[in-house]
Design a protein around this ligand. Structure first.
Ligand SMILES: [Zn+2]
Ligand SMILES: [Zn+2]
Length: 167
């Protein structure tokens, strides 16, 4: 995902709107068992501040994730606002606290990794197909959203046995 800043560079304090679309890199989601099911769409407004190019953007994509309770795959929509700062590689005079600057050469800034980071932070730590997801039975492994099992009853049986003996 690259932004061509050639035109904007010539106009101090001007802004330019970029519409970008690219396929997400599944490798980035593999560790969490996910994959992209829609391309990543980015709308980015960039202002030329002289040495720094300040961007404000929105992104949209849909990924597929395994539910942390029932393990079924489900689609998860990601919509996020973000801000970024870009500067030419030759620019060294940036404020020290601003370590997040995306440096570019030859008028072209690559924001791919930055966008992937934004997407990643939007993915819940324990994704759920539904807040009411019943998950898998810990005893027989059946998906309790789809089917019922007798495990819970059997699990309670010993207690019932004791109660029966008390009578
Ligand atoms: Zn689930
Ligand atoms: Zn069961």
């Amino acid at each position: 995902m690259k932004i061509d800043l050639k035109k904007l560079k010539l106009h101090l304090h001007a802004t330019e709107v970029f519409h970008l679309q690219a396929l997400g890199r599944d490798a980035y989601l593999r560790d969490i068992g996910g994959r992209y099911i829609e391309p990543v769409n980015v709308e980015l407004v960039v202002e030329n501040n002289g040495n720094l190019f300040i961007g404000k953007g929105k992104l949209y994509t849909v990924i597929e994730l395994p539910c942390s309770r029932c393990l079924e795959k489900f689609s998860y929509t990601i919509e996020a606002n973000f801000g970024l700062t870009m500067a030419e590689k030759t620019y060294q005079d940036y404020p020290e606290e601003d370590e997040d600057i995306i440096f570019f050469e030859r008028d072209e800034a690559d924001i791919t990794s930055y966008i992937e980071q934004v997407i990643f932070t939007e993915i819940p730590f324990k994704p759920l197909c539904d807040n009411e997801c019943q998950g898998l039975c810990p005893l027989c492994g059946i998906n309790r959203n789809i089917d019922k099992c007798e495990c819970q009853q059997e699990f309670l049986d010993p207690r019932w046995e004791k109660l029966k003996k008390l009578k």
